[in-house]
Design a protein around this ligand. Structure first.
Ligand SMILES: Cc1cc2nc3c(=O)[nH]c(=O)nc-3n(C[C@H](O)[C@H](O)[C@H](O)COP(=O)(O)OP(=O)(O)OC[C@H]3O[C@@H](n4cnc5c(N)ncnc54)[C@H](O)[C@@H]3O)c2cc1C
Length: 398
């Protein structure tokens, strides 16, 4: 039984079949649409360049029973493995359960109309509202805010982005790397207000601290998401910024797994719990879940990967870093192609290791960087900082 009809849910069904599972498989999805791809929603779909974002799930060929437009509201474990999922319509028995319910956008207080951008229905409604001259206020300069600003500016809207932090993407990348994207907003004709908190969304605009006001025809709140796990309260599943899972994506309840945006899994590589809201995790996590349902002992130990298309640039990130890691530039962030690398000290005297890499228009650096991160070898930071030399050539022998 798979709960969640997004990428992670569909991929779990596909992987179970690919790996030879012959038992019954059912999928419960709260949205009425069959599984679809979210990344185009802020990009080509918003621009009207693409209309079909379907993941082309063939439930017949997969022999999967889809319960779409139906919401799971709880489950009870019975016996050693197995139990019953309760939906808003019926009870469905399971012998193994996969939690793949993704995440839901955070909303702001206030009585005005605020849009969020998570679903196909959200994106369709917003797309028809974005006409030339429309005053669009976007709260939050994270990945979604930046991508939406890109599309809306191209559609001729008057776009203002309000960001409470000191730089775009500061929460994900830190203020130094995030600040390198500020000129992109200016060049696209988007007004970016940094350090600008928003108090409430009101009819006709945004109430700002100190009595300030920003008039807007449309308001999109893009201040982050929370894992969609409220329905699991009291089920025995441990909730800890998502569904707490181990390094094999198993939860504390036998026979129950978590995958995709809702899973807070233990990373052996980083020795900490990660919850990764990236398409790549929803794509590959199901391989481990399916294998483990089938009785294997497969570790899920990714170097996380994410991409974003904003202001005409391909931005890619691989790895995981914390504020304690040292950042160096690879190239000049004022140019069109550059990268940032985060380094962590290895054991004393053993040099620094590459923890994460952000690339702008340098896909080869991303591919090589991800491999170097996975290998965990010490690097020569002088070579790494030189964009004329390959990332792999920075690896220190021995
Ligand atoms: C607009 C947008 C653009 C993005 N762009 C990128 C990008 O460029 N690069 C990138 O790496 N990532 C991107 N992402 C992130 C990526 O799409 C997600 O990481 C991915 O969709 C996660 O898949 P998932 O299956 O875990 O969750 P979801 O896709 O959220 O699917 C979960 C599904 O479960 C359903 N559900 C929730 N609760 C219940 C319940 N109780 N019962 C039944 N069903 C339930 C939900 O309705 C939803 O359909 C983007 C996301 C969005 C929203």
């Amino acid at each position: 039984m798979i709960v969640g009809g997004g990428l992670a849910g569909l991929r779990t069904a596909e992987e179970l079949r690919r790996q030879g599972y012959t038992g019954e498989v059912a999928m419960i999805g709260a949205e009425r649409h069959p599984p679809y791809d979210r990344p185009p929603l802020t990009k080509k779909f918003m621009l009207g360049e693409v209309n079909d974002v379907s993941l082309a799930a063939d439930f017949g060929a997969l022999k999967v029973e889809p319960w779409l437009g139906e919401r799971a509201v709880g489950f009870t474990a019975e016996g050693r493995t197995g139990g019953v999922v309760l939906t808003d319509r019926r009870e469905l028995a399971f012998s193994a359960l996969v939690l793949a319910t993704g995440a839901s956008p955070v909303r702001l207080p206030g009585t005005g109309t605020q849009r969020t951008l998570r679903t196909l229905d959200d994106a369709s409604a917003l797309r028809s509202a974005l006409r030339p001259g429309v005053r669009l206020a976007i709260v939050g300069a994270g990945w979604i805010g930046a991508e939406l600003a890109t599309a809306a500016a191209r559609l001729g809207c008057a776009v203002t982005v309000l960001e409470a932090g000191p730089a775009p993407l500061a929460a994900a990348l830190g203020p130094r790397a995030g600040a390198a994207t500020v000129p992109w907003y200016q060049a696209a004709g988007v007004e970016l207000r940094l350090g600008q908190a928003v108090e409430t969304v009101e009819p006709g605009g945004l109430a700002l601290p100190g009595g300030g006001w920003l008039a807007a025809d449309e308001v999109v709140v893009a201040v982050g998401v929370r894992p969609a796990v409220e329905w699991l309260a009291g089920s025995g599943i441990v909730l800890d910024n998502g569904v707490r899972a181990d390094e094999r994506l198993r939860t504390a309840v036998p026979g129950v797994y978590a995958v995709g945006d809702c899973a807070a899994f233990w990373s052996s590589r980083y020795q900490r719990r990660l919850r990764v809201e990236h398409w790549d995790g929803a794509l590959h996590g199901p391989e481990a879940v399916a294998a483990n349902i089938r009785g294997s002992d497969q570790l899920y130990d990714p170097v996380p990967y994410f991409w974003s298309e904003q202001f005409g640039r391909m931005v890619q990130y691989a790895g995981h870093h914390t504020g304690a890691d040292r950042m160096i530039w690879r190239g000049d962030p004022q140019e069109s192609n550059w990268a940032a690398c985060w380094l962590s000290a290895a054991a004393p005297g053993q040099g620094e290791r590459l923890m994460a890499v952000l690339t702008v228009g340098r896909p080869r650096d991303l591919v090589q960087g991800r491999r170097v991160i996975a290998g965990g070898m010490p690097v020569d930071t002088g070579v790494l900082a030189d964009p004329g030399k390959s990332v792999t050539s920075a690896v220190l022998a021995g």
